[in-house]
Design a protein around this ligand. Structure first.
Ligand code: ZN
Length: 295
């Protein structure tokens, strides 16, 4: 591992001054190798000046996380453990709709759903996974440029966030603090490269965390955000079940839906649900507007 790091640094130093396509490709090949070990960020979208600075920040932040949390054992594991945000602390008639884009399966973009939100001018927070971004890069940039949507981080490889390899829904979580850091921060870097902004909110793949991971997220300046209303149960709800979930709305509810399940009932259910809430006098808000009141 050390040797590959040195080789990678050598390449970056060697070609740091000239960002020709051919040279980018050389580093890209190296970083892909590294990525199989989930250790090094993917340089695919980065120019050299940026990658040198960000690699230094990345490595030093990772070192800090290992120093702070490397020896700490987790005490809790779940979706709604201490420190994970599930709602907005308000009496106002506002709700936040959040939509997850999970993995990079081709064709996993629910365009009908997003187009409806755009036409109806309903703001939302989109939790986007790194592999989904890579598969849908142009769409991602369009969404990020639309002020109706706030971009949040849904993990680089869509893994439960653990420091001990705990599993959720048969999906193995990250194995240690290094992997947990990579899962969060590789996607921070990717989103920053494509949008110029670092997200403020994180939701792990499967929405499971342990307490050490949640502390790490906070230490990195992020907030872990789950939900108070399960809107589509991983995309398995039919239209009527989705509408029923909207009927449970309360002041400050955070809804969880998916935007990577085209062909499901989600678009149709969300459309009717939003109409119901509008009639009931609810407003739709993005998380950052209520950042101080998230709990
Ligand atoms: Zn997901």
């Amino acid at each position: 591992m050390k040797t590959s790091l040195i080789v990678l640094s050598f390449f970056i130093l060697l070609v740091g001054g000239c960002a020709g396509d051919q040279l980018v490709y050389q580093v890209e090949s190296l970083s892909v190798k590294e990525d199989q070990e989930n250790r090094i960020i993917d340089y695919k979208y980065t120019n050299f000046a940026q990658s040198r600075n960000e690699a230094q920040d990345y490595d030093s932040m990772k070192k800090m996380m290992i120093e702070s949390f490397g020896d700490v054992s987790p005490n809790s594991w779940g979706e709604n453990i201490d420190g994970v945000i599930t709602e907005i602390n308000t009496d106002g008639k506002v709700v936040a709709l959040t939509f997850d884009a999970c993995d990079g399966t081709p064709g996993s973009y629910d365009e009908a759903l997003i187009n409806f939100l755009i036409e109806a001018e309903v703001p939302a927070t989109l939790f986007i996974g790194g592999q989904w971004i890579k598969e849908n890069q142009e769409v991602f940039i369009e969404l990020a440029n639309n002020s109706l949507f706030e971009i949040a981080n849904h993990g680089y490889h869509h893994k439960p966030l653990s420091v001990s390899g705990a599993t959720a829904y048969n999906i193995s979580g990250t194995k240690n603090i290094e992997e947990a850091f990579d899962e969060v921060y590789q996607n921070q870097i990717l989103i920053h490269e494509l949008t110029g902004k670092y997200p403020k909110y994180f939701r792990s793949g499967t929405a499971y965390y342990d307490d050490v991971s949640v502390e790490m997220i906070n230490e990195l300046g992020l907030k872990a955000v789950n939900y108070s209303v399960l809107g589509d149960a991983g995309g398995t709800f039919n239209k009527n079940q989705i509408i029923s979930s909207f009927k449970t709305a309360q002041a400050g509810s955070i809804f969880l839906f998916h935007m990577n399940k085209p062909g499901s009932d989600i678009a149709r259910g969300v459309k009717e649900g939003i109409d119901l809430l509008k009639e009931a006098g609810y407003e739709f808000v993005q998380l950052h507007e209520y950042d101080e009141l998230l709990k």
